[in-house]
Design a protein around this ligand. Structure first.
Ligand SMILES: Nc1nc2c(ncn2[C@@H]2O[C@H](COP(=O)(O)OP(=O)(O)O)[C@@H](O)[C@H]2O)c(=O)[nH]1
Ligand SMILES: [Mg+2]
Ligand SMILES: [Zn+2]
Length: 320
């Protein structure tokens, strides 16, 4: 102990000296007002404080923690290596981790509100950079006048390997298949407001409210707010991170010159452009452009790439 300050700090859980052997494994399942809700391997939930030096500890993080003397609370001592992170821009040019260890992102669109394809591309690009496989949920299929036509709009994405799930949260269509797709993954739903993310979450997780209350009660102090990101275990298998406040994540630290990589069908061509610093706009000898002219790359995707590039070039863009 260096100073008295720490010993006297109010409201911090008392912790004894930590020997590495006494550290326990845990999974961060929610951010509560007073700390983190950590689930232990045997299914207990304990409120943990974290240490400044650990930086962001996010929902989905696997951690090592030490119990306080009374065993009622804990303190995070180590964040284990992450397989992925999603970040969003925060204050002062910094990024905040939205969720860790996701291995699937489902981009939700619907006939109404109409798809914002630029936003869809943005989500997919982020997933390419974060190496998180992405899939597309077409919700409110009950509202589509012609289902085949509606889904045909997604052909450009299907062709490049993004699975599409037509569902209706309201009518319960496609939900069984969606549960299958979520099985054995830790997923998050992303999409513009109004497409039905909350409705889908309720369809997948009817006991969500019960579980939320349970987390608050079992962790003792924590008042759970509706905007708190929370990891839920789905009854049919798999985990779902519900992150209402940050359903939209940004391109954050992605730079214009790298954006092309976020378009997965460009990836094989990028190295074959005549110039190393090719921006794939109308540069001479651009292999991406040539692929598009040969019909291997959808012109609509390339056009949106140009738009996103433009947006990235504007210094004060807030990525929402
Ligand atoms: N017709 C229809 N409406 C839906 C469906 N899913 C959600 N909605 C409605 O769409 C609106 C927005 O849904 P919500 O889940 O709040 O969207 P969120 O903003 O993405 O969380 C609500 O009025 C829902 O009742 C669906 O499958 N079909
Ligand atoms: Mg919602
Ligand atoms: Zn090029």
């Amino acid at each position: 102990m260096k100073g008295k300050g720490r010993r006297n700090a109010p409201q911090k859980p008392k912790t004894g000296p930590v020997s590495p052997n006494s550290l326990l494994h845990g999974l961060v399942i929610s951010h509560l007002g007073q700390g983190l809700a950590v689930e232990t391997p045997d299914g207990n939930i304990i409120l943990c404080q974290t240490r400044r030096r650990l930086g962001d500890v996010a929902v989905g993080d696997r951690i090592l923690w030490a119990p306080s003397e009374d065993g009622l609370q804990g303190r995070v001592e180590e964040v284990l290596a992450r397989s992925s992170v999603l970040v969003r821009p925060a204050y002062a040019g910094k990024n905040k981790v939205v969720a860790a260890n996701l291995d699937r992102v489902f981009v939700v669109i619907s006939p109404a509100p109409q798809p914002d394809w630029l936003l869809v591309d943005q989500y997919l690009a982020v997933c390419e950079f974060r190496v998180i496989p992405a899939e597309i949920i077409y919700n409110k299929i009950d509202l589509a006048e012609n289902e085949g036509q509606a889904l045909a709009e997604l052909n450009d994405y299907v062709r490049i390997g993004y699975p599409v799930h037509p569902v209706s949260a309201r009518k319960g269509l496609g939900i069984v298949e969606l549960k299958q797709a979520l099985h054995e993954h830790c997923s998050m739903l992303a999409g513009q407001s109004g497409v039905g993310k909350s409705s889908l979450t309720n369809a997948l997780l009817p006991e969500k409210n019960l579980r939320t209350n349970e987390i608050s009660e079992r962790s003792g102090l924590g008042r759970h707010t509706t905007t708190a990101a929370t990891l839920y275990h789905l009854p049919a298998g798999g985990d779902l991170v519900d992150s209402p406040g940050v359903a939209v994540f940004g391109l954050a630290d992605i730079k214009g010159q790298d954006l092309a990589w976020g378009y997965r069908e460009f990836q094989a061509h990028i190295g074959h452009c005549r110039f190393n610093d090719c921006r794939h706009i109308n540069d001479k000898g651009c292999a991406v452009r040539e692929a598009m002219e040969k019909g291997e790359i959808a012109p609509a995707r390339h056009q949106r790439y140009l738009k996103l590039l433009d947006k990235l070039a504007q210094p004060d863009t807030v990525w929402e």
